[in-house]
Design a protein around this ligand. Sequence first.
Ligand code: NAP
Length: 279
Amino acid sequence: MDTSASTVPQPLAHPFLKGQKALVTGANSGIGKATAIGLGRVGADVVVNYVAGRDAAEEVVREIESFGVRAYAHEADVSQEDQVVDMVSRMVKEFGTIDVMVANAGLQRDAPITDMTMAQWQKVLDVNLNGQFLCAREATKEFMRRGVVPEVSRSAGKIICMSSVHQIIPWAGHVNYASSKGGVQMLMATLAQELAPHRIRVNAVAPGAIRTPINRSAWDTPEAEAELLRLVPYRRVGDPDDIANVVAALASDFFDYVVGTTIYVDGGMTLFPGFATGG
Ligand code: NAP
């Protein structure tokens, strides 16, 4: 079987998010980059958030602008309240509003529990969980202020939380990361329940193993990739576009009745592959 990376088909050139304004955090790399470009490809204007890599963010902006939509890069650390507040308020000034918040930024600081420092624990929770809380809160204020604009979307706004299969799969040596994603699951579900009456849709996407810098050591040698694929029934490592396509669909009115759901995009990683041959 060919387990090499595939070219993920792109959505038809239909601008189904035309007129919508999207913000993607951590959009200068990996999944966030593919998502920001993917949203631009289907017609959204996009804010490309980054924290360190300005050049990479500017490149993403140029690629999005090539679709004839607007984009700009915005530096902000999603774990810092004032920076998230400023980021969303600038977006409202420049683009008029926000329709889609993709809370994607995330990182790992791995260590066995006995070696894990408080700083490693705190950093991951600050970025992966607190950052999503702040982004969701600031977007929600604008969604509620503006309400539904029927010509733009049936909903008053969409929040898409980038979670992980590790919101349900325990992960030894990564207790900070797995705890942060478990928290994202409940953040998403609780906000979905709280905000649905306001016609705000909150959902999550939970990637499995996607080929990005965050997990390079898991796929960058044939041996590592073979080991990884034992955990993936579909027998290929995911590409960032696999996630971007799902985010674009989820942000659209095709998914208007999808509320409080996590979509696993994982090649079957959550299907307990260890039980495939018995149990
Ligand atoms: P990545 O390529 O390392 O990208 C991470 C992004 O997060 C970068 O753009 C980085 O910006 C940004 N970021 C880090 N700290 C930030 C902060 N404090 N404020 C704002 N942005 C910050 O990793 P990725 O694989 O695309 O990960 C994206 C998301 O997908 C994460 O939430 C991750 O947990 C999730 N995920 C990934 C996988 C996978 O297999 N790759 C699987 C499950 C879930 P700078 O470059 O500027 O630092």
